[in-house]
Design a protein around this ligand. Structure first.
Ligand SMILES: Cc1ncc(C[n+]2csc(CCOP(=O)(O)OP(=O)(O)O)c2C)c(N)n1
Ligand SMILES: CC(=O)[C@@H](O)[C@H](O)COP(=O)(O)O
Ligand SMILES: [Mg+2]
Length: 630
């Protein structure tokens, strides 16, 4: 498509100069631009396509950046980036050193808050709205844009609850495409579907009030009073329980979120209304790009594709499985044998491959929505009554479940297996999504066993071990992406809890690793021995907790130089645990800890991120070389 309007839009101010009649054409140009760019530079496609009209309308009607738009998750904000002066840089989106994966105030004054983890927009926008009132900035508008999936999160409800109670003028836009990454689930989904029935009533109400104003029968103030009064009357007459209205948050909609003309009109009408309000728009995830509309889950983040044909570029050569698939296949295998096993995911069934078990055993699998804290406590309840839950949560999102794991699972010593996927550096999703903190955060919690597999076989064995009787709360963390074994289907055997393994003997120095980064350590050790002519021992700790004191004692007696390698923050992580052990014993070797620094690691490929933090092959070899000379 030839772009005629978009190249002239460098800021939202340029957009606001356009006549309204051109907005629709601009939306089509944005759509075409995003599809063509993402076909070669992958990212979150379907959600962004679904909010193009909304994005244009918001920047057209509101005075951004003075007015604040708070995006929820931020995976839908590509049109926002393009319209806010970042079109030229969009080809660097998600690349190392390039545009950030999600809106970030560090990057642009149009990006107003932290994005990446779902359901925070209402709380953040409420804070901003209350701040505007405190500062007497009565003319500043604050808009939160939240999806139906994110609306299922507990934090969103907490924000709504508070919004109805504190004076504020916030506008919440509920972008309802009836999809999360997978199918939307739960009562809120059903509730929003039912709300559709009130749409005709709302349309008529608006039209009637506008006509009365046009005819000069009522003025603007009166029209607003009537609309407000009508809302109250509607509740009285129909006793229809609209949860938002019931909480004194004025509700508008649902309306077609792709009708740019109507969107602009309605936003203009409601923007200056006082008090909290919610505009419910209905959109289609993937709008305007047929393959994405048809299979929104796949096109949530489709990888590279042919923009013309919609054919995804999938490399078919045989490869080792993704860790998530080893989890998915193994839990299914275990569940066939053990009828007490149930699977839980907070909104990531495809992402963590619990979908495999869901297909065969829908009655024993639970997608609980974007609700990590609930997922953990729900698992606790199941375990308390004798079930054996496997609760799979992405490591970064498990931060939301910290107290639930402590209070509702570990404290009761309940046998829940937490499988933390995407542990360690995740690549292009960047700092919000790196699984950096789980080891350090979970280590101090009593009653918890923490393990990480060296490879796919170990993941299977650890999963088998974790569901055996008496194993208590058990955490298994593993990374995003593929392992290295084509023949990953080993027999399911018990692993001795709290026992590490010697991968190779050596004499000059010991390397202790935890998890699949141990494979990288194995390679670096081989290179160091080859190039430096040294002999290095390699130990796979396997369990962070209970830590293998016997193995550490042996290492302490044999080596004065030790390197620890982990794919998590150094502060409080595995290296810290090893140091604590030696310190408690009174003999501390010269110990170098490799891991993530005390700073947020930016986005890029995993290889680039590892290089940056000193966890790539060359850095490990270099560290070995330096320590040998020390
Ligand atoms: C706390 C948290 N849990 C899970 C995710 C993963 N996630 C990202 S987008 C998304 C779906 C969001 O659905 P919705 O808000 O409806 O937006 P849509 O993709 O439909 O536009 C999920 C589950 C996340 N980013 N944050
Ligand atoms: C925006 C978001 O949080 C998810 O879409 C996330 O990017 C998924 O990550 P994976 O690609 O690792 O499943
Ligand atoms: Mg949605």
């Amino acid at each position: 498509m030839e772009l005629k309007i978009l190249p002239n839009i460098n800021t939202p101010e340029d957009l606001r100069q356009l006549p309204e009649e051109q907005l629709s054409a601009l939306c089509e140009e944005l759509r075409s631009d995003i599809v063509s760019e993402l076909s070669v530079n992958p990212g979150h496609l379907a959600s962004s396509l679904g909010v193009i009209e909304l994005t244009v309308a918001l920047h057209y009607v509101f005075s951004t950046p003075y007015d604040r738009i708070v995006w929820d998750v931020g995976h839908q904000a590509y049109a926002h980036k393009i319209l806010t002066g970042r079109r030229d840089l969009f080809k660097t989106n998600r690349k190392f050193g390039g545009l950030r994966p999600f809106p970030s105030p560090d990057e642009s004054e149009y990006d107003t808050f932290a994005c990446g983890h779902a359901s925070n927009s209402i709380s953040a926008a409420l804070g901003m709205s209350v701040a505007a009132m405190q500062k007497k900035e009565e003319d500043r508008h604050i808009v939160a844009v939240i999806g139906d999936g994110a609306m299922s999160g507990g934090l969103a409800f907490e924000g709504l609850n508070n919004a109805s109670d504190k004076p504020n003028n916030m506008l919440i836009i509920l972008n309802d495409n009836n999809m999360s990454i997978d199918q939307s689930v739960g009562g809120m989904k059903q509730y929003l579907l039912n709300l559709h029935t009130s749409s005709t009533y709302n349309r008529l109400r608006f039209r009637a009030a506008r006509t009365l104003q046009k005819w000069g029968i009522i003025d603007e103030n009166r029209r607003r009073t009537i609309l407000r009064f009508n809302n109250a009357m509607k509740s009285l007459i129909t006793r229809q329980k609209n949860i938002f209205e019931g909480m004194d948050i004025r509700y508008f909609g649902p309306m077609d979120g792709h009708d740019i003309k109507q969107l602009v009109r309605v936003l203009k009408e409601i923007k200056d209304m006082k008090g909290p309000k919610l505009l419910h728009i209905k959109t289609t995830k993937g709008k305007g790009y047929q393959p994405a509309e048809e299979e929104a889950t796949i096109w949530h983040a489709p990888g590279k594709f042919d923009a013309e044909t919609g054919e995804r570029k999938v490399d078919e050569t045989p490869k080792p499985p993704k860790f998530q698939d080893v989890f998915g296949e193994t839990i299914l295998e275990l569940a066939r044998r053990n009828p007490r096993i149930v699977g839980i995911t907070p909104a990531m069934p495809t992402g963590c491959s619990l979908s495999l078990m869901m297909k065969e055993m829908p009655e024993r699998t639970y997608d609980v929505g974007i609700a990590e804290g609930h997922a953990a406590t729900f698992a606790g309840g199941l375990a308390k009554e004798g079930m054996q839950p496997f609760c799979n949560i992405y490591s970064a999102f498990s931060q939301r479940a910290y107290d639930n794991i402590i209070h509702d699972v570990a404290l009761l010593d309940l046998p829940v297996v937490f499988c933390l996927d995407r542990a360690g550096l995740v690549g292009e999703d960047g700092p919000t999504h790196h699984g950096a903190f789980d080891l350090a955060a979970l280590r101090p919690i009593p009653n918890v066993t923490i393990a990480s597999p060296y490879d796919e076989h170990e993941l299977r064995r650890l999963m088998y071990t974790a569901q055996l009787p008496g194993k208590g709360t058990f955490v298994i963390r593993y990374p995003r992406g593929r392992g290295e074994l084509l023949d990953w289907q080993c027999p399911l055997e018990e692993v001795p809890v709290g026992k590490g393994r010697t991968i190779k003997e050596g004499t000059d120095l010991a390397v202790i690793s935890l998890g699949p980064i141990g494979k990288d350590a194995t390679r670096a050790i081989a290179e160091a021995e080859r190039t430096l002519g040294c002999s290095i021992a390699h130990y796979d700790l396997r369990f962070l907790k209970p830590i293998d004191e016997e193995m550490l004692s042996e290492i302490g007696s044999k080596f004065s130089k030790v390197i620890t390698i982990e794919d998590g923050v150094k502060a409080g992580g595995m290296g810290s645990a090893v140091l604590e052990y030696f310190s408690d014993k009174g003999t501390v070797p010269h110990l170098v800890r490799l891991g993530l620094p005390d700073s947020f690691v930016p986005h890029g490929s995993v290889a680039e991120e590892r290089r940056l933090v000193g966890l790539d092959n060359d850095s490990i070899v270099q560290t070995i070389s330096s320590l040998l000379k020390a």
